[in-house]
Design a protein around this ligand. Structure first.
Ligand SMILES: *[C@@H]1O[C@H](CO)[C@@H](O)[C@H](O)[C@H]1NC(C)=O
Ligand SMILES: *[C@@H]1O[C@H](CO)[C@@H](O)[C@H](O)[C@H]1NC(C)=O
Ligand SMILES: *[C@@H]1O[C@H](CO)[C@@H](O)[C@H](O)[C@H]1NC(C)=O
Ligand SMILES: *[C@@H]1O[C@H](CO)[C@@H](O)[C@H](O)[C@H]1NC(C)=O
Ligand SMILES: *[C@@H]1O[C@H](CO)[C@@H](O)[C@H](O)[C@H]1NC(C)=O
Length: 472
């Protein structure tokens, strides 16, 4: 046992010194694969963890405060370290509580460790749990703008992630929290926790950036895959539903390059295609056990919503965040569809239905959770999905617009039925507008933590591409 541990430590040392002696191994960007589960509509990712490295699947939580996982089941890693009270991990995690554990000693149950409060935002459960560190590994992206033409494609969804020197990057002391499997309730089968991309110091974007001494900028881009086959003017260009990873999260600085589905050698650069709007801090978080600290979620300021250039009427009080943290707009990967406070939902759906009535499109029976459903056969097709009036979000600063077309506004229920993919959040919502995942799919959304901005871009379908066509 001891000798194999020493041998391993020795080979790790060789590995790290290799990395250190070759500055080219300081990646500019890291990537994680994203897959969507068609039944739960959850997005998950895979990274490697522990010694020896083993792949683990985690549900992606854009606003999550940190990465948490079940360490009680099949966790067997020689590099696991509990966050002893007073350790660097505890101070970086801002975890001040120190506790004993009265269960069987094991990862997740160690005496005198500091605690964090991981939350399962799908089931709405949270608890105080042990802080830990271990080795993680993810893929590096060494591409620069001048590298056009020299990619090697590789499968993202292989069950065993291989560590390619120069491609796989090992991060020695990644901070997360360890729970029992009771916190996994409602998460898609095969996942062991959640990967929090929130704005805290130990959220993935900031933690990865600080691991590389800032050479990896504190920003990331999300390209969420869909499970639909989009029917457009030129035929089907989305991928049919598979379990294959077909989206990406890119941390750091990389060009966002895709190939169009009709020619794998052609390069489409989406790096300059963003409209940026400011990120805001909601002073009151409702996440976790301890409520009242600033939120780690991504809040933006919507000024109005237009349907085919006509603004709908919204009570403006709902659009700003008050002192209690109520109101405003945030972005979420946990909500599959955009959720609107009831009065906004009512104005929005009425205006939309009115437009379709004017287009003489028949309304059909609602399909829950949606209320506005229409005959799909009566609608035309465009490059960006069914031909319905464009929905435009107008942001507060500099009148920035984000346009949502058919592929993202509508949900294709069957060959006969499409529904407006927004849901009614009720009257006592905490956040008035929660921009959900369906509206973000098959486009690149960039979150820049250093300059507190979010960049929206238009659908990749415009270029006959999908997130799965990302070039590594
Ligand atoms: C943990 O891993 C070690 C070394 O790989 C192995 O000897 C041991 O049997 C494993 N323990 C469990 C409980 O799987
Ligand atoms: C922690 O300390 C308490 C009190 O000394 C003891 O009862 C308990 O078994 C210890 N727990 C672990 C995980 O070592
Ligand atoms: C999850 O997987 C287990 C074991 O493979 C299976 O019994 C269970 O039905 C699955 N649950 C869902 C929701 O798919
Ligand atoms: C595909 O794109 C490449 C690069 O732009 C171009 O050289 C090639 O001719 C294209 N192939 C076809 C079949 O259009
Ligand atoms: C606007 O919303 C706020 C907060 O819900 C409410 O107090 C106020 O009465 C509303 N104003 C109007 C004109 O409906």
């Amino acid at each position: 046992m001891t000798s194999s541990l020493q041998l391993f430590t020795f080979s790790l040392l060789i590995f790290f010194s290799l990395c250190q002696s070759q500055p080219s191994h300081k990646p500019k960007a890291l990537v994680l694969p994203v897959s969507k589960d068609p039944s739960t509509l959850q997005y998950s990712t895979q990274l490697s963890l522990g010694t020896p490295l083993k792949p683990i699947n985690l549900v992606i939580d854009l606003g999550g405060r940190h990465l948490w996982m079940d360490c009680y089941t099949n966790y067997n890693s020689s590099t696991y370290q509990p966050g002893h009270c007073g350790s660097a991990a505890c101070s970086i995690a801002k975890a001040s509580l120190c506790d004993l554990c009265f269960g069987t000693p094991q990862p997740g149950c160690t005496n005198y460790t500091c605690l964090l409060d991981p939350e399962n935002t799908i089931a709405g459960v949270a608890g105080y749990q042990e802080v830990a560190t271990d080795v993680i590994s993810l893929q590096a992206l060494d591409k620069t703008m001048s590298d056009h033409g020299s990619w090697s494609q590789y499968q993202l969804s292989t069950p065993e992630i291989e560590i390619h020197i120069g491609r796989g990057v090992i991060i020695p002391k990644f901070i997360f929290s360890c729970t029992g499997d009771w916190l996994l309730r409602g998460l898609v089968n095969g996942t062991k926790g959640m990967a929090g991309l929130g704005k805290t110091q130990i959220g993935l974007p900031s933690q990865l950036s600080s691991m590389f001494g800032g050479s990896l900028p504190r920003k990331f881009a999300l390209c969420l895959p869909s499970t639909l086959r989009y029917t457009t003017k030129i035929g089907a260009i989305g991928l049919p539903s598979t379990s294959k990873a077909n989206g990406v999260i890119v941390f750091g600085d990389a060009p966002y390059l895709f190939y169009p589905s009709y020619n794998k050698s052609k390069v489409i650069d989406r790096s300059q295609s963003f409209s940026y709007t400011n990120l805001y801090i909601n002073p009151v978080s409702f996440a976790g056990v301890y409520q009242g600290r600033p939120s780690a979620e991504y809040f933006i300021a919507v000024k109005s919503i237009m349907i085919d250039t006509k603004p709908i009427s919204i009570n403006s009080t709902l659009l700003s965040i008050n002192k209690k943290g109520i109101g405003g707009t945030k972005i979420s990967t946990i909500d599959p569809y955009t959720v609107l406070e009831s009065s906004i939902y009512k104005a929005f759906t009425e205006a939309f239905a009115e437009e379709l009535k004017a287009m003489k499109i028949s309304k059909v029976a609602p399909v829950a959770p949606f209320t506005e459903c229409f005959s799909r056969r009566m609608l035309g097709f465009t490059m960006v999905g069914v031909d319905v009036p464009v929905i435009t979000f107008v942001f507060r600063n500099q009148n920035v617009y984000w346009k949502v077309y058919g592929a993202n506004s509508m949900v294709e229920i069957s060959p006969e039925v499409v529904c407006l993919g927004f849901v009614d959040g009720g009257l006592d919502t905490k956040t008035s507008i929660v921009i959900g995942a369906h509206q973000l799919e098959e486009s690149v959304v960039e979150f820049d933590l250093a300059s507190s901005k979010v960049g929206f871009s238009s659908s990749l379908l415009e270029e006959e591409a999908v997130c799965a066509n990302f070039m590594f």
